[in-house]
Design a protein around this ligand. Structure first.
Ligand code: XBP
Ligand code: MG
Length: 254
């Protein structure tokens, strides 16, 4: 039997819907400031999410959608500069907007803390982005709730590679039998499964049609007592929301 000791959370799309109205907007604001004729519509952004990581996503856009675009001499450095600008704009946006956490996130984190479960983050985005989001949308001291924050460029191969989860597990000094991951995308699921983690998926508009084979549970969101979730795949009996007991049962039956 696998005892549940730690929860590892993805950030973008899982803790909060940050992609459409924050990351995407920040990218477009940067492109406009640099007078680039790049604009990422909602539909195009959904396609670009196939590649995780902002720098990697810009490179993918140029390669796949703008092969005609004249490349500057130092493209890698240029993309890094754009990404720095985008990160600054993203932080301003989420500090101003207070993007709400997804249903059930605050409740589950509070219960996990109360039950002394250990908490970690495994994300493709940067530490700074995570800190600003959580301090504004969860609590001023929210970063201290997470024992490990595995973020951004601490690994070179981003999701769907399993590296960020291996990094988090090593930092927690736990093996996968004692941990459960919460993700929102097929790339995130692949990364978590690559590290042998039982994974709960909370789908969103961008990811709802992706392939989540191998997930322990797929739901529309974690649910609240007054906002029941819908199960898309898996079995949680007659529970209407995901709590620690539900997660423990998923671990036992995996
Ligand atoms: C999140 C991402 C990130 C953000 C952009 O993936 O793909 O790339 O869109 O972040 P996940 P940066 O939720 O799987 O971690 O621009 O900071 O890279
Ligand atoms: Mg995500």
């Amino acid at each position: 039997m696998s005892e549940l000791t730690a929860l590892i959370f993805d950030v973008d799309g899982t803790l909060a819907e940050t992609e459409r109205d924050a990351h995407r907007v920040a990218f477009n604001d940067t492109f406009a400031a640099y007078q680039l004729d790049w604009h990422w519509s909602d539909t195009l952004y959904g396609e670009l999410l196939a590649v995780t990581g902002g720098k990697e996503r810009m490179q993918f856009y140029l390669d796949q959608y703008r092969p005609d675009y004249p490349r500057p001499a130092h493209l890698t450095e240029f993309i890094a500069e754009l990404h720095q600008d985008k990160t600054r704009r993203y932080n301003t946006l989420i500090a101003q907007q207070q993007i709400p956490l997804r249903p059930g996130i605050q409740r589950l984190l509070a219960q996990a803390r109360q039950m002394s479960l250990r908490l970690a983050i495994a994300t493709t985005t940067s530490y700074q982005n995570v800190a600003t989001l959580l301090e504004n949308s969860l609590a001023p001291d929210a970063m201290s709730w997470f024992e490990v924050v595995a973020a951004g460029d601490v690994v070179t191969a981003k999701k769907p590679a399993a590296d960020i989860y291996h990094y988090a597990l090593k930092a927690l000094n736990l093996n996968a039998n004692h941990c459960l991951a919460v993700e929102d995308s097929a790339n995130g699921l692949k990364a978590a499964l690559g590290a042998q983690l039982c994974t709960v998926i909370t789908v969103n508009d961008y990811t709802q049609h992706e392939d989540f084979s191998g997930a322990c549970l797929v739901v529309n969101h974690l649910g609240e007592p007054d906002q029941p979730l819908a199960v898309l795949h898996g079995n949680i009996g007659n529970a209407h929301y995901v709590d620690v007991a539900v997660l423990q049962q998923l671990m036992e039956h995996r």
